[in-house]
Structure formats: C-alpha cells, structure tokens
Design a protein around this ligand. Sequence first.
Ligand SMILES: NC(=O)C1=CN([C@@H]2O[C@H](COP(=O)(O)OP(=O)(O)OC[C@H]3O[C@@H](n4cnc5c(N)ncnc54)[C@H](OP(=O)(O)O)[C@@H]3O)[C@@H](O)[C@H]2O)C=CC1
Ligand SMILES: O=C([O-])CC(=O)C(=O)O
Length: 273
Amino acid sequence: MTARIALIGYGAIARELVEHLAPEREAGVVELAGAVVRHPERHPSPPGGFVPIGEAAARDLVVECAGVAAARQHGPALVAAGTALLVTSVGALADAEVARALLGGPGELVLTSGAIGGLDLIRAAAQAGGLDRATITTTKTASSLVQPWMGAAEAARIRGLAEPELLFDGTPAEAIERFPGNVNVAVALGIAARGLGDIADGLARVRVRIVADPRTDTSTHVIGAEGSSGAYRFEIGNRPSRANPRTSALTAQAVAADVRAWLARRGHGAAGP
Ligand SMILES: NC(=O)C1=CN([C@@H]2O[C@H](COP(=O)(O)OP(=O)(O)OC[C@H]3O[C@@H](n4cnc5c(N)ncnc54)[C@H](OP(=O)(O)O)[C@@H]3O)[C@@H](O)[C@H]2O)C=CC1
Ligand SMILES: O=C([O-])CC(=O)C(=O)O
C-alpha cells in the first residue's frame, strides 16, 4: 500500500527529505503528493505540485518543515481533522495552547529529534524523576543567527564579529520566540525533560545559550543534563544544510528516519526504527 505524504514548506529540509525518500518512492511505498507554501513562484515544482492546506489534510501524513509560525498556523487544524502530522518546528509546542491542540488528537503527532540526539536518555531519566536540570548551548555561524527583529546596526555587528559571542542566555520559550529557525532543538530537549509532567515543567528545567561563532563552519549543540539518574553530556557537531546554513543537514535525515518509522508502524512495509 502506498502512503501519500504532503509537505508544508518546500525549502532546505523539504527538498532534502524528497531526496532521502528516493528508495521508498521508487519502491512505491511512498508517494509525495504535494507541498503547501505561501509563495509558489519562488520555488521549484515539488512532487505532486503545490496544493492548498485543505488538500494536504486529506493525505495519509503531512510533514511540516516550514517554521514555528507555520506549524502553529496549520498544525492544530490538521490534527483536529484526524490527519497524522510530523512536526519539524518542534518549537511550536512552547506555546501551551498550541501544544494542547497538537497533542489532543485525533490525528497522530510525531515530533522529530531533528538536529540533536540523546532525547531517549533524557526522556527515560526524567520519567523516573532522575533529571533535575538540562542545558543546551547552540553555536552556529554568526550570520546564520541574524534575525529580522534585530536592527540593521546590530545585524551588521553580529555579521562582523571577530570572536565568538553569547547572544542569548535564557529559557527555551524565550529562545524560540527570538530565534525560531535556530533552536527548535531546545524545545525538543524541554519536551523530553518533562518526564510525566507538563511540557511547561520540562521547559522550566532547561537553560539555553546561543553563541555566534564567526570562525566555525559547524552547527554545534552541547547538551548537559543531571539529576539522581546521573550526569550526561552530548556534543553534536552538524554540517549545515547547503541550502540553508541555519539548518543542520541532519534534520532532513532525522525526518526521513521518522517517516520510515511511521511507515513501519502503519504497516506500509518500510524498515523499522
Ligand atoms: N527540529 C529541528 O532540529 C529543526 C527544525 N527546523 C525547523 O524547520 C523549519 C524549516 O527549515 P528549512 O527548511 O531550513 O527552512 P527554509 O527557509 O529553507 O524553508 C522554509 C519553507 O517553508 C515555507 N513556509 C514558510 N512559512 C510558511 C507558511 N506559513 N505556510 C506554508 N509554507 C511556509 C517557505 O516558503 P514560502 O516562504 O513560500 O512560504 C519555504 O518553502 C525551520 O524554520 C525550523 O522551524 C530547522 C532545523 C532543525
Ligand atoms: O538545525 C539545527 O542545528 C538546529 C535548528 O536550526 C533548530 O533547532 O531550529
């Protein structure tokens, strides 16, 4: 049976995902059946063409890879309509109302681990009450951290940095509002750290630091966590996507693995996790 999959977004992650899913498409396990974007004229044509969100909702699975605002705009209605939704912009769940809607079904929600790893350990320790706090320090090229809300002088200063600089130190909820295309991983860490509590409890255990490094060509996430379960440290050094230096290439690879796991769960005959 062929699973029909629609995309929200047709940027770096979506296009790389299309390439990663070539074996499943060739085997007839997956049909990529359209993409939703705001400005189709700015994109190459996706498999299945551009479709309105109402048409995407009729697919077996919708994969969001468009941004936190897009996930908040479209996600709740898709899940309410019973559509299975794989979310890349996990930062959307830092908003409690959006999180309730996305987790409330009846559509299945899948959250990717995206550009990081180790969330299985964090989840297990937190569920056992063994995790008190976690930190994530994200370091990226200076220019990839420039945001539209920064004034022109501040943007130019960051682009011209000669030394690494700490741009942000605070909570995941604040971090994702200020750097929505850079720190979805911090909210993913907070969700894993929730244990058996609310997402807000998990987010409250996480401290986020964002560093602009003019000398790096790698996107690095250093995760630390501790509690009665133990003390942990993961260092992830990702190659940035060629199409979007804000995004790690691992993200589309993780989403492809999530799609394969979803196909296996739904009996579509792909390899399991
Ligand atoms: N969980 C993780 O580890 C990671 C998550 N991400 C998330 O993935 C998102 C996408 O990343 P990436 O592919 O690199 O970004 P790109 O900027 O390359 O692509 C974004 C795409 O989304 C479309 N888009 C934006 N807003 C909307 C909307 N409201 N409705 C429909 N389409 C929309 C854009 O087209 P148009 O402008 O025409 O609408 C474009 O095609 C990031 O913004 C981030 O939120 C990224 C990296 C890691
Ligand atoms: O791709 C990355 O390294 C992380 C990222 O942008 C995000 O979490 O939004």
